[in-house]
Design a protein around this ligand. Sequence first.
Ligand SMILES: [Cu+2]
Length: 587
Amino acid sequence: MAPPLTPFVDALPLPQRLIAGQHHGSLVVRMRMGEHCFHRDLPLSKIWGYEGMVPGPTIEAERGHPVTVEWQNELEGPLPVVVTKAPTHADARGVPVQCVPGLSGGTADRNTPALTGHAVVHLHGGLTPAVYDGWAENLLAPGQAAVFHYPMDQRAALLWYHDHVMGITRFDVYAGLAGLWIVRDQAERELGLPEGPPFEVPLLIQDRNFDIDERGRLTGLLVHKTDPDVMEAFAPFTVVNGKVWPELEVQPAIYRLRVINASNARTYRLVLVRNGSPELERITQIGTDHGLLRTATRMPSDGLVLASAERADLLVDFSELAPGSVLTLFNTAKAPFDGASFPATQAEAAADLAGLLPHPEAMRFRVVPGSAQRRVFPAALATDFGAPLPDEVASAKRRAIALVELELEGEPNMLTMRELAPVEESDATGLLTVTDDGMTTRYRAVAAHFEDVTTFFPMLGEYEVWQLINLTGDTHPIHVHLDPFQILSRRPIRYEIARGGIEDLLITAAVTLERDPADQLDHRIDDNERGLKDTVRVNPNEVVEIALRFTNYSGRYMYHCHILEHEDRDMMRPFVTMPTELMAFMA
Ligand SMILES: [Cu+2]
């Protein structure tokens, strides 16, 4: 399908840097309506952005140096996004409507124009006291402001800040309310990694769609479009740092790319291609969500998978390339993503309309003349964390959560996290059984929706193991606020859901920890996932176990799917971290 915009004609923008140390750790960031140019050939788009920009300024902080941000809400309504649900999944030619611009016969949603700009800021990956974490219901109306204190008592990492309003996060982030936040520290600096321009480049990747006028010309107006078959918005244009399919000129040197998937729903599997061949070996991954891995790793053989909110810290070696060399970054992941593999050698041909991937291009790198700079970075990177000890895991509090899709007539399906409590009774309805190596545990769902009773009260300083059981057909990136976690295991399951077995709360299903004969996924933990994570992909037919330990801050936090259309409907739950000594006084 010919792209309706010319790729690689805009230079990759670098977000404005806002270095906290230059402002005595005290920043003011305004949320404002702005006008933004997503592509050379597009009219200006109205956006909501931090400082009126897409993405917002990149805040840079130093470990151990607290940062305060006065978040000032100066947004003006209405929401600068047309929200629509197209009446059909595909048009008369059979092209899925989410692969093309415009409303595709959909009518503009009537409720979203009433959104005047309530907002709340969450620092994703921040070890932040609960009062400053951006609870989804504690909103700032336009004209209101709040000062949030960020201790920055955490290791160097690429974080991001974004809107988190209950029920409409998908629209506020889509409108532009997202920005990067880099924590730096001495341990990382001692490795001599590139820091700042030109060799450290953040790449914030999103997908966006735009409206068309009566003559079919793109208008620049942002469109959030879903369809009767697919409840997530998968937009056809890949936007990096606010530009559609940009190009970055690179010198013959090693670049450090700080990559984040900031899309609402789309998962990317990134493959760097030169002269038709994948060049995965040109890339070394040194960090993940919460900073450096213990050792540098190669790319997975299919490419780098990043679901919504996942980050990767990459070293890319352009040093031996002749000026004029061109390398294109492709995305080979179909949408909705279900973990299915795709060979990197086919990356240029990854376009797939049925997979809602009309244009697999993401961006391009072009080598320009410069003095070649060859450097070697150490393979051993971090020693400040290890895998949780078997003893700690064995004695940890265990929790089980089923990821479930509830089909509804006449409205979008509802995705929920069913928090499960073990029960003794053996009656067959309303129970979810998990059979592992002949041992069966019976559970009853005790919470499903955000406003249901809180059931998770982790003790500060104590390990917990959360078991995430995916009973849906898609991959869900599950994000836990506050401290990072480590992935303990990823194992195949087969399951049967009883007829009518998914009710509003209860679920009747049998899960067995063994491979379903029809299941093609390998269910392995990639080397680049063996770090400190805050978002983990849970694929279909899979149970993932994570080890968490909350440390410094007591309070009410959230965990949720980071597909924003899921989070908003209703794949999000609270948990309360508690100091142990308070438990004796809990009624
Ligand atoms: Cu989800």
